[in-house]
Each structure stands twice: as C-alpha cells, then as structure tokens.
Design a binder for this molecule. Structure first.
Ligand SMILES: Nc1ncnc2c1ncn2[C@@H]1O[C@H](COP(=O)(O)OP(=O)(O)OP(=O)(O)O)[C@@H](O)[C@H]1O
Ligand SMILES: [Mg+2]
Length: 349
C-alpha cells in the first residue's frame, strides 16, 4: 500500500546566537555575533500507512515538535522530503491544511477572546465546510466531547481540559484525513486524559483518521498506538511495535512480594543469591524483584521466596512501558556519547 505519510532524511537546523554577558558583551554581540547551528531534526525517515495511529516520543528537546511543525507545513525543513497524501506540506500549504487537523496541547488554536462557537464558525468559513457537514460534525463532536455547554464561553475562561476538548473539536471540524497531535493530554487530570483517549480511539475507529501523536504520557501510547517512533537528539532510535520495543530491551518482569511480617523483610536479595535478580531497597511489607525472563524462571524466584519468607501475596507484571522507554533513552544517550568519542568532535552536545 502507498504510504499516506512519507518522510525521508528530514533535517532541521536552527541558527542560534549565543549572547555574551554585560555591556561589553552586548557590544561584541552586535559587532560579531556568536552564531552556531543546532540540528534539531537529523535525517529522520519513516512511512505511515492510512489509518495508523503512531506515537512519536522522545525526551524534552528531542525534536518532536520540530518534526510535527515541518509535517504540518508551519516550518520549512533544512533538507529532506515530506509528502502527505501526495502533497508537500510547506509548498502547498493552503490546499494541504484542508486535509489535516492539528492540535498543539501547549497552545490553543482558538481565538482567545472569542466565544468557542465563534472560532468554530470562523474555521467553518476558512475550511469552506458546508452547512450540512458542519451541523452533522458539530453534533457528533458534541456527543463525543460534550462541548455543547462550552460553546458560548470565551476560550480564555475555559479550564485546560475544556479547552483541549474544544481544540480537538476545532481540529476535526473539517473532517481531516490526518491528525497531528502534539501533547494533547499535557496537564490534564486522569479523568480528562481518559476522556481524550477514548475520544481519539473512537474517531480513529469510526473515521479511519491517520494520527501522529507526541506525548510524555506513555499511558497515551499504550492505550492508543501499536507503533512507536522514538527520537533522541533529532534521530530515530526505534521504529516498530510496542511489543518489539519490549523484546529489544529484554523481557524484564517485576515480581511484587507482599510479606505478612515486617520482621521478615531484611535482605531479600539473600533469598535469590546466585541468580541475576535485582531487589529494590524498600523496607516495608512490599518488595519488588526485577529479572529477565530469558535468564531466570519466574517460578524459581517465586518458589525461593515462598519457601523462605511469610508471603501474603504475589504479583507478576511486565515491566512498565515507562521503564522500557527510559532504557531506550539511556541506550540512545550512551550511543551518542560513543559516536561523539569516535569522531572526537563531541558535536551536537
Ligand atoms: N525556534 C527555535 N529556535 C531555535 N532552537 C529551537 C527552536 N525551536 C526548538 N529549538 C531547539 O530544537 C530542539 C528540539 O526542540 P523541539 O521543540 O522540537 O523538542 P521536543 O521534542 O518537542 O521537546 P519537548 O518534549 O520539550 O516539547 C531543542 O534543542 C530546542 O531548544
Ligand atoms: Mg515539543
């Protein structure tokens, strides 16, 4: 199948000016500014098929928003190719924006002082949505996002969660085929996050929208995306399914052990001595052992513990995705350090 989103060797360099201190520094800055380039996105390539919902994740400053801005046509790349549905975002901006929806969680796309419904009416005009489609879409979005009561309010009076729901509705008003979401759940409480996730799942199932989603909340990814792309310092470090990510890091599992007696909680590591099992240092009734399933059988660890200590309860779980991703970030950082050492430049640090 032809990919809907095609990205090849995408790069973005930002030109930075390092300011010097003091009056003299200010003068020097004027005469000979100290400029350097920062490569925020570094030869990023991926293809996305119609209907996919892909998580685009990475630490702060990794280059996620910069990528999204190029994919939405807000920024022009320094080099590389992007086509979305055959269009080049920054060249065919007007035509292109009719096919996409964009939400930047950090900033609203709505007019701050206008009532929400006024923003929607403006967007209807901009996107040339006909009356029937507008009415149908508004009804649907109200059912799903419960925004009816908010329509008369100016955007500045909305809570963050209310504002995010309106932003999502605004992005979907013209029924785009592709949705770019940059941290759509940022700052929301647990319930509001669940609502947004449920909504996104629904929209994707019903309308088959293709979605790229950046987030720092890996719960979003676990609940919504089968595929994740991880970037670090502008480069792709992983592109594949979540299950593959887990395999790559190793099949670490966590065994939680609840003891009946705090007196029995000393030195649990002694119980599994000789096996590659890591125990946390907690001293209360609950203890957690981490080990790799490929190296140690869970049954062996459980047997050793139960035979040695008074156990109230046991719980075996896969490593939380947060830890898996942290491990990938750690590996990526180590690789970056290695390659910087190899070349001896330490560039991009
Ligand atoms: N307009 C700009 N001018 C100069 N540098 C920029 C600009 N925007 C971003 N950067 C730099 O580019 C790098 C990537 O930034 P970007 O906003 O894409 O990261 P991000 O992955 O979205 O991070 P976060 O998770 O914090 O949102 C950072 O080092 C940032 O400081
Ligand atoms: Mg960002």
């Amino acid at each position: 199948m032809e990919p809907l989103i095609h990205v090849r060797d995408l790069c973005k360099d930002y030109r930075l000016t390092d300011r010097r201190e003091g009056v003299r520094g200010g003068l020097l800055d004027l005469l000979s500014p100290r400029r350097r380039d920062l490569r925020a996105v570094d030869r990023v390539s991926f293809d996305i098929q119609p209907g996919e919902m892909v998580g685009y994740i990475g630490a702060n400053g990794a280059g996620k928003s910069t990528t999204i801005k190029m994919l939405t046509g807000i920024l022009t790349p320094s080099s590389g190719e992007v086509t979305v549905g055959g269009m080049v975002p920054w060249r065919q901006r007007q035509q292109y924006t009719r096919h996409i929806g964009v939400v930047f969680g950090q900033r609203t796309q709505l007019w701050w002082d206008l009532a929400v419904v006024e923003s929607f009416r403006l967007l209807k005009k901009i996107y040339e949505v006909d009356d029937a489609t507008y009415d149908r879409q508004m009804k649907l979005l109200d059912d799903l996002l419960d925004i009816g009561k908010l329509l008369g309010q100016p955007v500045r009076k909305l809570s963050l969660g209310q504002r995010m729901r309106c932003d999502l509705a605004a992005a979907l008003l013209h029924r785009p085929r592709v949705l770019f979401l940059d941290e759509p759940t940022i700052g929301l409480d647990v319930v509001a996050k669940e609502n947004i996730r449920g909504f996104l799942r629904g929209v994707q199932e019903r309308e088959g929208v293709t979605v790229i989603l950046t987030t720092h909340d890996l719960g979003d990814i676990e609940q919504l995306c089968r595929r994740v792309i991880i970037i670090d310092q502008g480069r792709v470090h992983f592109d594949g399914e979540l299950s593959e990510l887990r395999r790559r890091v190793g099949q670490t599992v966590r065994l939680s052990v609840d003891l009946r007696d705090p007196a029995a909680s000393a030195d649990l590591a002694a119980v599994t001595v000789g096996l590659p099992v890591n125990w946390d240092d907690e001293t209360g009734l609950r203890h957690v052992a981490r080990f790799n399933r490929a190296e140690v059988r869970a049954a062996d660890v459980i047997r050793l513990v139960v035979n040695d200590r008074p156990v109230q309860d046991l719980h075996l779980a896969e490593q939380p995705i947060e830890e898996v991703v942290r491990e990938i970030y750690r590996q990526a950082a180590a690789n970056n350090t290695d390659s910087a050492d190899d070349t001896g430049t330490g560039a991009a640090k």
